[in-house]
Design a protein around this ligand. Structure first.
Ligand SMILES: *Cc1c(COP(=O)(O)O)cnc(C)c1O
Length: 449
């Protein structure tokens, strides 16, 4: 290993205990970072504002483990927010990236790497015919919306409260009052006129949707949904609800966009489209598709994709799009996912893990559920099935803060927000999961005491 690690000496790293746990070096680095970067970070959630801070600075990942700058080791359930379905540094991916990077990092030209991953995806995904690579999930969604507007000649977008689609201007909006309303921007810097192009409806509410279609269908270019909403807890939707979206979009000439930036290649190689067997008009990808490198993509039928420049009039470009290193990481990752039994094994592991946690909570009488889909799970501090963001109780989110800290002190890392889901990778062994389960149960005992 030739890279320079400032603090983390691997062979001395061990799981912390409540007695030994420290964030001394993390805190120092964070103080310094705050002088350079707004809030000390490059993506807000990383600042640990919703849990007990300061943020932990990590320096190395291997398998399912993260190693911090205070020489402590954790079982990682954040997995970089989803991309790392094979864990950190899977050998096949690292090897391919190293081989590729040695031949140049970006040419700004087509390269054979594009074809390899393009062919691999399209041959194994029945719901798309052509694909365009970009560099993030946000960029994929932004481009998909432009494409939908270009194809339909309409301007409005219908989205759901509780679905996240990246920091796209017209999608950083929340519902105003009422059932189906024009959006109110949730960020400064978004003109009201942009937010007004977005109609926001609650999830799992047919009445609100009917109202939105009745009032706005003729002006609506697309309806975008996370088919497995996993950015506001895990708000699993019924198949019939998603089928209703498909029917209504078809009836009104609205393009249905499945934002599969999280669910794509996660709940199956064909993502939620395959899991529910629903044909969306456009699918957006990110996270896993780049195997840990910055990659996004949008894909659709050939007829729709032919509207994209240079074949069609919808402009979209990128200096580093489909750079060989990113394509190599994605290709090597996706190849692993196609191995027989890959998803079944991962799902079984997740089901068993969450069942263990559920059993502990039931025995102790804690109002907890661990909904899971594929290898995504969410510690929900409620005994109810939650399908809409407004059903999430803020008292539960306060409890999550305690659980998060207690887990951290014992060597288990969750993403720093109660609204975020956990991910299990193939690198999480039974032994790692047994350790994590014990830690989580102990932490819940403290949380509920
Ligand atoms: C993460 C995510 C995005 C944004 O992707 P970035 O790569 O962070 O820009 C968009 N949509 C969904 C569903 C996501 O989970």
């Amino acid at each position: 290993m030739s890279a320079t690690y400032y603090f983390c000496i691997m062979d001395k790293a061990a799981y912390p205990t409540p007695e030994t746990f420290t964030r001394a070096r993390s805190a120092e680095l964070f103080e310094e970072a705050k002088q350079y970067f707004p809030g000390g970070v490059h993506s807000p959630v990383r600042a640990f504002k919703s849990v007990y801070g300061p943020p932990v600075f990590f320096e190395r990942g291997e398998g399912c483990h993260l190693y911090d700058v205070d020489r402590q080791k954790y079982v990682d359930f954040c997995c970089s927010w989803g991309p790392l379905i094979l864990g950190h540094c899977p050998p096949a991916v690292v090897q391919r990236v190293q081989d590729t990077v040695a031949n140049g990092m970006s040419f700004g030209t087509p390269s054979p790497h594009d074809n390899l991953i393009g062919k691999l995806i399209l041959e194994h995904h029945r719901y798309i015919e052509m694909i365009r690579f970009v560099s993030s999930g946000t960029e994929a969604v932004m481009s998909a919306i432009r494409l939908a507007r270009g194809v339909t000649g309409r301007s409005k977008v219908i989205k759901f409260e509780g679905c996240y689609h990246g920091h796209v201007d017209s999608l950083l909006v929340m519902a105003g009052s009422g059932l189906a309303t024009l959006g109110v921007s949730t960020s400064a810097g978004i003109p009201e006129s942009f937010a007004q192009e977005t109609i926001v409806v609650p999830l799992a509410n047919i009445k609100a949707l009917m109202k939105a279609f009745k009032e706005h269908a003729a002006d609506t270019a697309c309806l975008i949904v996370e088919p497995v909403p996993a950015n506001n807890g895990l708000l699993f939707q019924s198949k019939s609800f998603l089928e209703y979206l498909r029917e209504q979009c078809t009836a009104h000439g609205i393009l249905l966009i499945f934002d599969e930036v999280i669910s794509g290649f996660r709940v199956g190689f064909e993502g939620a489209a395959g899991m529910f067997d629903i044909q969306p008009d456009i699918i957006t990808f990110g996270k896993i598709i780049g195997g840990g490198m910055p990659v996004g993509a949008y894909a659709a039928s050939a007829a729709i994709m032919k509207h994209v420049s240079p074949e069609g009039p919808v402009y979209q470009a990128g200096t580093l799009s489909a750079n060989p290193v990113a394509m190599a990481a994605g290709y090597a990752t996706l190849q692993e996912l196609l191995k027989p039994g890959f998803y079944e094994t991962l799902e079984q592991k997740t089901a068993q893990f969450t069942a263990g946690l559920q059993e502990h909570c039931d025995k102790k009488g804690y109002e907890m559920r661990f909904p899971h889909v594929g290898s995504i799970f969410w510690p929900s501090f409620s005994s109810k099935t939650i399908r809409r963001s407004e059903q999430i109780d803020s008292a539960g989110i306060d409890r999550f803060k305690i659980m998060h800290l207690e887990c951290l002190k014992r060597g288990v890392y969750f993403g720093p927000s109660g609204y975020e889901v956990g991910f299990i990778s193939t690198a999480h062994t039974d032994e790692d999961l047994a350790f994590a389960s014990k830690v989580i149960c102990e932490s819940l005992d403290i949380t509920f005491s």
